[in-house]
Design a protein around this ligand. Structure first.
Ligand code: UGA
Length: 434
């Protein structure tokens, strides 16, 4: 099938590349000519494990193209994906100007039936707005479909190639047939394509992300309670997760969820409820719990150092909001760094991928280490903020030698408290006894 993907951000590029991989001819469109040129030369503008091989293969085998020319890209395409940014607007609602602007441009160019798909996370009712734009600007028949994506950064290729489900919001029978064929290679294991109306599909995305954020916040509160009650959250997690109605996944406590999706989507759903005269009480609590959880390590540090962090040096392992990404949007590390600097402490950080992004944001306010051990030299404590695999089995004797004192605050529960006591560390993690 011939496909155009409008917008080559994270979602657009993963979608375009993975659709080319199953034999479709995909043209990705972006208004940024420099970026288009880069991609035409085989340079990938995002970090995402596993995508590079597919990206290069499909460019070489001429299934994946890049252009700044919208008209050329959509002329032959039956399917047009809109993977455009929807940043928070002034009033907290998503800003739809890119999605609606592109819809109008497309409406003015088309001369044959198209399936127009919104991939971006958009407020309920967006498909209706897009339909209205097509009605106003063209007589050509189109199907406007809501097809939210559920990709996780870091495992996006796997999530795209083997999704748990595909949600398609449309009542257009022709579009249903086309999309059933398009997605057939991805649901071979029997995972469902779930058809529904556009509004339900749009809401499904917000409900899924908000539910997962709630699950995490709930476990973060259980972890905090474990510390008060002398229980071990790892045991509680295993005990409750074994119930299939609850499920094992997404029960890991930590220092709060971050990223470009959960914080934004939970806020947006709460706001959308409010606009529609409904007070979504759980979501307000989730937002509050998450913001408090980002301070948990700082509170522990203050208790340990008697509220005197001034002049002390802290080594940070991990800056990205989660492993396998260089993304630092809403990362708990930024909250931790802010508190440490405000308290007059010095910070030396190491992250395998995200240091350049932090440098671009806060510059030389902190130091950046060449490797994870360099960060430790003379530090009063090590703080673990992201569970990168390289931090999972370090050389503990080396850590002890390099730190000024054998003190570790672990926001991701990477090590066994028992083992750490054996090494002679003061080791404080989340929801487990020190
Ligand atoms: C999330 C969803 O998982 C995807 O399904 C969705 O498509 C995506 O948002 C989106 O809307 O685009 P992502 O933000 O990439 O994906 O990251 P997750 O792996 O979901 O992690 C989110 C945050 O939750 C991270 O800060 C992570 O550290 C935290 N988390 C996750 C926990 O604290 N505990 C857990 O058990 C799991």
């Amino acid at each position: 099938m011939k496909i155009a993907v409008i917008g080559t951000g994270y979602v657009g590029l993963v979608t375009g590349t993975c659709l080319a991989e199953t034999g479709n001819i995909v043209t990705c469109v972006d208004i940024n000519k420099q970026k288009v040129q880069m991609m035409q030369q085989g340079q990938l503008p995002i970090y995402e494990p596993g995508i590079e091989t597919l990206f290069h293969r499909n460019i070489i085998e001429e299934r994946l193209f890049f252009t700044a020319n919208l008209a050329g890209a959509i002329a032959d395409a039956t399917i047009i994906f809109l993977a455009l940014p929807t940043p928070p607007g002034a009033d907290g609602d998503a800003d739809l100007s890119y999605v609606l602007g592109a819809s109008k441009d497309i409406a003015l160019l088309i001369s044959s039936y198209k399936v127009i798909i919104t991939k971006s996370t958009v407020p309920v009712g967006t498909a209706d707005k897009v339909k209205a734009i097509f009605r106003q600007n063209t007589d050509v028949a189109v199907a406007v479909v809501s097809n939210p994506e559920f990709l996780r950064e870091g495992v996006a290729v796997e999530d795209f190639m083997k999704p748990d489900r595909i949600v398609i919001g449309t009542q257009d029978e022709r579009a249903k047939e086309i999309l059933t064929e398009l997605y057939a290679p991805y649901v071979r294991q029997g995972n469902p394509i779930i058809f529904m109306d556009e509004r339900s599909a749009e809401l499904t995305k917000y409900a899924a992300n908000s539910f997962l954020a709630t699950k995490i916040s709930f476990m973060n509160e259980i972890a905090n309670l474990c510390e008060k009650l002398g229980a071990d959250v790892d045991m509680v997690r295993l005990g409750v997760g074994a119930d299939e109605r609850i499920g094992k996944r997404f029960l890991f406590p930590g220092i709060g969820y971050g990223g470009s999706c959960f914080p934004k989507d939970v806020q947006a759903l709460a706001k959308s409820a409010e606009t529609n005269d409904y007070d979504f009480k759980i979501l307000h609590s989730v937002i509050q719990v998450n913001s408090l959880q980002k301070n948990v390590l700082i509170n522990k540090l203050n208790a340990f150092f008697n509220n005197d962090l001034k002049g002390k040096t802290f080594a940070l392992w991990g800056l990205s909001f989660k492993p396998e990404t260089d993304d630092i949007r809403e990362a708990p590390s930024l909250t931790v760094i802010g508190h440490l600097l405000k308290a007059g402490a010095k910070v030396v950080a190491y992250d395998p991928e995200a240091m350049n992004n932090v440098k671009a944001l806060i510059g030389e306010k902190i130091k950046y280490a060449d490797d994870q051990y360099d960060a430790l030299i003379g530090a009063d404590a090590l703080l673990i903020l992201t569970e990168w695999s390289v931090f999972r089995t370090p050389d503990f004797n080396r850590i002890k030698k390099l730190l000024a004192g054998p003190v570790i605050f672990d926001g991701r529960n990477l090590y066994s408290p028992h083992k750490m006591a054996g090494f002679g560390f003061y080791y404080n993690s989340i929801g487990r006894m020190a």
